[in-house]
Design a binder for this molecule. Sequence first.
Ligand SMILES: *[C@@H]1O[C@H](CO)[C@@H](O)[C@H](O)[C@H]1NC(C)=O
Length: 313
Amino acid sequence: MRSALLLPLAQLAAAQTFPAKADGDVAGGIFSISLPDLGARIAKDGAAMFGSGHGKESPAAKTTVKTGGTGPYIAQYQTDPTIPSHVVYAPKTPPPIPMPVIVWGNGGCQFDGTAFSNFLTEIASHGYLVVADGPPGGTFLKGQSKVQDMRDSVDWVEKGGAAKYGQIDTKKIIAAGQSCGGLEAYSMTYHDPRIIQTMHFNIGIFQDDKKYLLKEIKVPQAYFLGGPHDIGYLLGEKDYSLLNAGLPAFKASLDTGHDGTYWSANGGKFGKAAVAYLQWQLRGDAKSKAYCLGKGAGSLVGDNWNVTSKNWT
Ligand SMILES: *[C@@H]1O[C@H](CO)[C@@H](O)[C@H](O)[C@H]1NC(C)=O
């Protein structure tokens, strides 16, 4: 017979199960939050924790300037009939170096592969292939992506779908995303050994009773947060502190609020930070490492970010 005393333990055990796959029932997968729960959270924390214009480093306005990025390989985005529900960002001409891959989930898990085009073009211009969830949008919400959309990107790359864009380093695939897209990136990383790192922008896990899932995250994690006016700030801070012991991790925070600087020319300071982190991690670039970990002028700290990192050799 089941006693009332045992019930909480049974519930705890149920809560601590690790599903084989992380797709779950909601956009962003098992690390994510349902829209009703998110609504309750917004009611509690205030809508001002979303959106832009709340921090000292918030851009005054979205830019209308579109460039091919500041990197050595002028980049662009395009649709590709072999992966029609996504947008591919790549250098216009195949670069002379192998390209690592970033599979990207948008804020709100919005199904709009051009929602972060300035930022993603900037990354691609440094010799990266980026595959973003959703076809080109232009409108705000065309529905939400699922973890499977990000998995489709990885499958496509692994099967050689991206070969026409240049030499692809299929052993260097990073899952990344902003807000809900960052939670989707966690879910993509979970139990999928093809993902070598995860990058989270303005987000961490919302629910404390889901933080145990971090035990199954076994590759380096990076958080780029928007300071105290970003609903993702304390969430990402907490995730960083709860990661498995010894796991390399990086955390940087700039006072922009939840919207970062993605809609500035070339993705603004978030674009610069993301590129530096990638160049450090994936190409071992010493200047980029110094920009990420250094203190004075010519570092993230010099550019007004708070930076913490651990367990890098
Ligand atoms: C940076 O750290 C200081 C000290 O902990 C804190 O007061 C400030 O809000 C942080 N800023 C950002 C942008 O995270």
